[in-house]
Design a protein around this ligand. Structure first.
Ligand code: ADP
Ligand code: MG
Length: 273
């Protein structure tokens, strides 16, 4: 064994080490105490009912919110990272993003290269290549000249995903990246994320599509501003936490080695009583 190699049994350093006391927004406590470590590498899907605090947690991980407590990114408090170094390490895709509507798609994706560019410097050949590759990867290169506000919801979403990829960050934080994507493009997204994870990237995504989330490496289940569970997608205790978070209104089944979940209608629950 090389003197530099870590012992096989040593756990990998977490990408995020979270020790939050709380997160308040406009005087309301949105996240309560959260103590957890998210492993480096692989794909973690954050799931939970509406209003559980998923987006707030993701924004806190991105350093976009003031928090009480601390969040370490790769061993260093988020507050101690310079904005530029943090923007190179972390790529962000927010929920319902707006504000860049009149830019052409390629210009939007080029925004992902800002952390790599000197102030007011023109994009380098490497920047152009990163943009092209990211747009090819999310299949939006063909409409690179079109303004964002002339694209469909799903097309826009692929451009915004390309912007995150163009950053070439090792850690991607994606809030509902499948919003507006048709089923074939959801599958393409899944393959893209698996490829990123295989290359050593860490992908953390909030997902409402539970059947996609169940294909992640691990699920982080949120409920009422707390992390209810973090565990493997096929583990019975993860399924139990999922059921609790969704008030026992799911039917979980393994079909050809893949966990799937169907929601129950309330009246069918009543008839089971
Ligand atoms: P999720 O993404 O799980 O649906 P969010 O993290 O967006 O949930 O929101 C969690 C809770 O925090 C919700 O009740 C929401 O109304 C509230 N909330 C979100 N953002 C703000 C804000 N800026 N000010 C006050 N309350 C907020
Ligand atoms: Mg949300």
């Amino acid at each position: 064994m090389s003197p530099h190699a870590a012992p096989a049994e040593a756990p990998a350093a977490p990408v995020f080490d979270i020790a939050l006391q709380q997160v308040q927004l406009q005087g309301h406590t949105i996240l309560h105490a959260i103590q957890t470590r998210l492993p480096r590498g692989g794909w973690t899907a954050i799931v939970g009912p509406n209003g559980a605090g998923k987006s707030t947690l993701l924004r806190a991980l991105a350093g976009l919110l003031p928090v009480q407590g601390r969040i370490q990114l790769l061993g260093q408090d988020l507050r101690h990272w310079t904005p530029k170094a943090r923007a190179q390490a972390l790529a962000w895709l927010g929920q319902n993003e707006a504000g860049t509507d009149t830019l052409r798609a390629a210009e939007v994706v080029m925004l992902g290269r800002l952390p790599h560019q000197a102030w007011l410097a023109p994009p380098s050949p490497q920047d152009h290549e990163a943009v092209r590759q990211a747009m090819l990867d999310t299949q939006c290169w063909d409409w690179r000249e079109r303004p964002l506000n002339q694209l469909s919801g799903g097309e826009r979403q692929r451009v915004l995903l390309a912007r995150a990829l163009a950053t070439r960050a090792d850690v991607l934080l994606l809030d509902e990246p499948l919003a507006h994507l048709d089923p074939p493009h959801q599958l393409d997204w899944l393959q893209l994320v698996r490829g990123l994870a295989q290359r050593g990237c860490t992908v953390i995504s909030v997902l409402h599509e539970l059947n996609v989330a169940l294909q992640a490496d691990r699920l982080l289940v949120m409920r009422a501003g707390r992390v209810a569970h973090l565990g493997a997608c096929d583990a019975p205790d993860t399924h139990q936490a999922l059921q609790q978070a969704f008030e026992q209104r799911l039917h979980l089944a393994s079909v050809q080695g893949q966990w799937l979940c169907l929601p129950f209608a309330l009246d069918s629950l009543e008839s089971k009583k």
